[in-house]
Ligand binder design. Structure first.
Ligand SMILES: *[C@@H]1O[C@H](CO)[C@@H](O)[C@H](O)[C@H]1NC(C)=O
Ligand SMILES: *[C@@H]1O[C@H](CO)[C@@H](O)[C@H](O)[C@H]1NC(C)=O
Ligand SMILES: *[C@@H]1O[C@H](CO)[C@@H](O)[C@H](O)[C@H]1NC(C)=O
Ligand SMILES: *[C@@H]1O[C@H](CO)[C@@H](O)[C@H](O)[C@H]1NC(C)=O
Ligand SMILES: *[C@@H]1O[C@H](CO)[C@@H](O)[C@H](O)[C@H]1NC(C)=O
Ligand SMILES: *[C@@H]1O[C@H](CO)[C@@H](O)[C@H](O)[C@H]1NC(C)=O
Ligand SMILES: *[C@@H]1O[C@H](CO)[C@@H](O)[C@H](O)[C@H]1NC(C)=O
Length: 857
């Protein structure tokens, strides 16, 4: 079942190159790369053509973005734009009585020295106002996205020409309009009547409505790219970010043998992948009675919304086995929903449409969708079910779909301000900065292996939903255009004032003195960034000095990333940054010296003495603590993304420290596409779910850490191509042996007979769980930490440990139980105090202290 990881990688690469839109809608689709003379092909293999033939007026110029954000799925269509200085239109011939998707792509970036913040405009299509006073830049900032795609569904028209008009706002001086891509795709009539929530037996005719797609989720499943949709080039997203509270329920997937049968329903309504996966409440009927499975969405007030709920029961077969109530905004949309009663049998999909009006209340408007078992009808299982969910905004009486721009959270605004302050101070020597900026931009996020994102803490934090992703730089896409590369800089040009104030600045002579003018004999390592030297500062303190390879463009960004990250994070189990030097084109980072080097060199392929089992366990526990801190210690989750045994260092007292976060060994790839974005990190440690979801979570680190655990146990590399095929990948091989019960055969011979069997079992079970296929099934770093500590106790004091175990852990990895135990037995308190030191009240530190300070612990 487990295919060798390298094979997956290779086939994914080939697949994405060969991928074409087999099931492309119809030849009538227009896919326009705006402002581009020749069009081009995007990462999905879709062809974009020039927009010039469709332009009516000539108040426009075409321009190329000055920087390419690394999170763009591909340069086409985002790197070129059509800029309008006055009202201008596109004219498309359309069929009457035909519904269309109109998709608009926006990448707010600097075009021909125009400030993206000046673009405020309206768009009207066929008499329907799609947006007014729209700022792509504010919207992107609030959503922390580099680019924005808006999808509209235009109702069948009775004219044969569709005018799409862009008009710069007259409320803002110097305002302009722009667009990067336009798709106009004829689609079948997807919409009919929707029952109105709160009005019994009344329905709204959506067949003639103009709609804007707000959310489209593959509930309980993964991201579905446009190329895998059932012909309508829609993109479906994971639903978990929208789940309310901690009640995530459970996800399930239909078995491969089961065929989904569309009966009485067109198969373009939603792809099979949507119906094959679902989310339900869980196996415990008592628990299920006490909560609602709830999704919450931010929407604009004063609009009616269409909600389409997709269902497919693929486990139960009888009526009255699973019956549930559907609530929309706290009103009953449907009582006693029974999917089998609707469809007649299992594996038959269906959907239900509801409409609800959202008033403009005080604060943010929300749409709640909640499911609860219908206790009253006494179904066999107290459970509920959902497979897919789409939310559309319906145009109002004025034929408008326009809403206000979102408000970026305070924190994002402050982060932005701090950053632009830092970059303005250096703008005088940024002459060559602009052209180099593009390259630098691509480097930054390629190098930023760490993604910060706000934890799913719905109740707290005012900024929790408007901006759920916070890239490291607050806003990496616009950082890019402003960051500069200046060969002759003498001041610290690349480091934000905030970070600079936190760590020491070394002069170049100091660095040269410390490393005996970069003596090759002092080199202790080489990385993507450059060489690492052992050095002595302040007359005796040993340090490790990482010198940037002056010829590496990538170096600048990695350098920044490391400083920004490390200056904010202080923890016993994270390598600490002492200071940095940036002078005369030289860049160097100064770290604590780790006397014992990397964990790997103590495991295999070196002549160092072998570590005892207890030492190995302690190192794993230390590393787990470091990662646990990254994941949970701050208000924002930090994902390391490159957990491996060479990134776990050991100091002279054998204390493990996690290092190299912010560094990527693979260089920046200008032609970023999904695959290359995905393939960050190191082969052999990569989370397979990453490929499926293309979404980074802390559980990806957990997977990599699972590989580290097996590596520590078996003392062999994560990938060893010289072994027989089934053994090449340690993850696959260890799991295989673990399942067969023959793990003992592959453990490090030096450990044979020294591991307490209970301890080994606990350790191996933990590692195995880390390697679960689905992130949700993997334990959290906190759970791992607890289990490793417990394993250590089983090794040291087997009897005492077992007694505790029986008392306190009735069920392994039960998160609620485990959390209670954490608080009592783990000394995480000390770790916090380390961290608060870092957020002392320094000038301009407010921003990062919000980022770093733990929230309510
Ligand atoms: C489209 O715009 C043209 C002018 O550019 C106008 O003559 C025509 O009436 C418009 N068509 C529709 C259907 O609005
Ligand atoms: C898209 O479909 C292909 C072919 O069915 C499949 O191999 C691939 O995994 C799918 N991609 C995603 C991201 O679901
Ligand atoms: C919503 O409608 C009310 C009443 O018509 C109006 O006072 C309010 O300003 C509107 N809100 C928005 C955001 O348009
Ligand atoms: C629904 O009820 C919950 C809790 O009772 C409340 O927090 C939420 O604001 C309500 N949602 C709407 C849209 O009224
Ligand atoms: C579920 O949601 C409905 C509608 O908001 C509410 O009336 C009910 O109390 C909720 N049930 C539970 C158990 O939270
Ligand atoms: C429609 O436009 C009119 C005039 O601009 C305005 O008074 C009215 O509130 C708008 N209606 C809606 C539903 O926005
Ligand atoms: C346009 O949007 C900006 C940013 O959201 C807002 O500050 C401004 O008031 C809006 N202007 C109008 C005329 O609505």
């Amino acid at each position: 079942m487990h295919i060798n990881t390298t094979h997956i990688l290779l086939s994914l690469l080939c697949l994405s190159l060969a991928l074409n839109f087999h099931n492309a809608v119809s030849a009538d689709s227009l896919i326009l790369g705006c402002g581009s003379a020749s069009g081009g092909t995007d990462a999905d293999g879709r062809k974009w053509v020039s927009d010039s033939a469709y332009l009516v007026s000539d108040e426009s110029i075409s321009a190329t973005a000055q920087s390419q954000d690394p999170s763009l799925p591909s340069p086409v269509p985002y790197m070129s734009a059509r800029i309008f200085s006055a009202e201008s239109s596109y004219k498309f011939s359309v069929k009457t009585n035909q519904r269309y998707w109109l998709r608009l792509h926006f990448y707010p970036s600097t075009y021909s020295s125009l400030d993206p913040a000046d673009a405020y405009f309206s768009v009207v299509a066929g008499g329907v106002t799609l947006m007014t006073n729209f700022s792509a830049s504010i919207t992107a900032q609030a959503l922390t996205q580099a680019y924005i795609v808006r999808e509209y569904s235009l109702a069948p028209m009775d004219f044969e020409i569709l005018n799409v008009t862009f008009k710069p706002s007259d409320q803002h001086k110097g305002s302009y309009a722009f667009v990067n891509g336009i798709e106009l795709v004829p689609i079948p009539d997807l919409f009919d009547k929707a029952s109105m929530v709160g009005f019994s037996d009344q329905s709204l005719d959506v067949g003639t409505a103009n709609l804007q797609t707000m959310f489209r989720l593959n509930v309980g499943g993964q991201y579905i790219p446009a190329s895998n949709d059932s012909g309508l080039t829609r993109t479906w997203y994971d639903d978990s970010p929208y789940l309310y509270g901690a009640a995530f329920g459970v996800t399930s997937e239909a078995s491969d043998k089961l065929k989904i049968q569309y009966q009485g329903m067109e198969d373009y309504v939603a792809p099979v992948d949507v119906y094959r996966t679902s989310r339900s409440m869980g196996p415990d009927p008592k628990l299920n009675q006490n909560f609602n499975l709830t999704w919450v969405f931010q929407v604009d007030g004063n609009f009616t919304y269409l909600l389409r709920l997709h269902f497919c029961e693929f486990i139960l077969t009888k009526i009255n086995q699973k019956v549930f109530d559907i609530y929309v905004n706290n009103q009953t949309a449907m009582a006693s929903a029974d999917v089998i009663a609707w469809t007649g049998s299992k594996a038959v999909p269906t959907y239900k449409d509801y409409s609800v009006y959202v008033t403009d209340g005080a604060g943010d408007e929300e749409l709640w969708v909640a499911l609860h078992p219908s206790i009253a009808v006494k179904p066999e299982y107290y459970d509920s079910l959902l497979n897919g969910l789409e939310v559309f905004k319906i145009s109002n009486a004025n034929k408008s779909l326009a809403g206000p721009n979102p408000t970026p959270s305070d924190m994002l605004v402050k982060a932005e301000a701090a950053r632009s302050f830092a970059s303005n101070t250096k703008s005088s020597n940024s002459v060559i900065g602009v052209s180099a900026g593009g390259i630098a931009a691509a480097g930054i996020a390629a190098a930023v292996c760490i993604v910060l994102y706000q934890r799913k803490n719905r109740q707290s934090g005012t900024d929790s939903r408007t901006a759920s992703w916070l890239p490291l730089y607050g806003n990496s896409h616009s950082t890019a255009s402003k960051s500069t590369i200046s060969g002759r800089s003498t001041a610290s040009t690349h480091v934000s004032t905030m970070a600079a104030s936190l760590c020491r600045h070394f002069s170049l002579p100091e660095i040269k003195h410390a490393t005996k003018n970069f003596d090759e004999n002092l080199v202790i390592g080489v990385g993507g960034f450059g060489k690492v030297y052992k050095g002595i500062i302040d007359g005796g303190t040993k340090v490790a000095i990482k010198r940037s390879n002056p010829s590496s463009e990538q170096g600048v960004n990695e350098f920044q990333t490391e400083i920004e990250m490390l200056s904010k994070l202080r923890h016993r189990h994270l390598v600490s940054l002492i200071g940095y030097c940036e002078e005369d084109g030289e860049m160097a980072l100064v770290y604590d010296y780790m006397a014992h080097g990397t964990l790997r060199e103590h495991l295999y392929k070196s002549n160092k003495p072998h570590l005892s089992w207890k030492q190995r366990l302690e190192i794993c526990i230390g590393a787990a603590r470091g990662l646990h801190y990254l994941h949970t210690g701050a208000k924002y989750t930090i994902i390391h993304r490159d957990v491996k045994t060479t990134n776990i260092l050991v100091d002279e007292k054998w204390v493990a420290k996690v290092s190299d976060f912010g560094l990527s060994k693979t260089g920046p790839d200008i032609n970023q596409n999904h695959v290359s974005t995905v393939v960050k990190g190191s082969f052999g440690y990569l989370d397979p779910e990453y490929f499926r979801r293309q979404q980074l979570t802390e559980k990806s680190d957990v997977y990599s850490f699972g590989v580290v655990l097996f590596e520590v146990l078996c003392a062999r590399p994560a990938l060893n191509p010289s072994l027989p095929k089934e053994q090449v990948s340690l993850a696959d091989w260890a799991l295989h042996c673990q399942k067969k019960g023959i793990l003992e055969d592959i453990i490090d011979p030096h450990l044979k007979g020294t591991i307490n069997p209970e301890c080994l079992k606990k350790f191996a079970d933990t590692a195995e769980k880390c390697l679960s296929d689905h992130g949700l099934d993997r334990p959290s770093m906190g759970d791992i930490l607890w289990n490793l500590e417990f394993a250590l106790q089983l090794q040291e004091n087997p009897d005492g440990a077992k007694a505790i175990s029986e008392r306190e852990t009735p069920e392994e990895f039960n998160h609620n139980n485990i959390m209670g135990i954490h608080r009592n037995t783990l000394s995480l308190g000390n770790d916090d105090s380390d961290m608060n030191e870092a957020s002392d009240d320094l000038n301009g530190s407010e921003v990062f202290s919000q980022i770093v300070k733990p929230k309510g612990r």
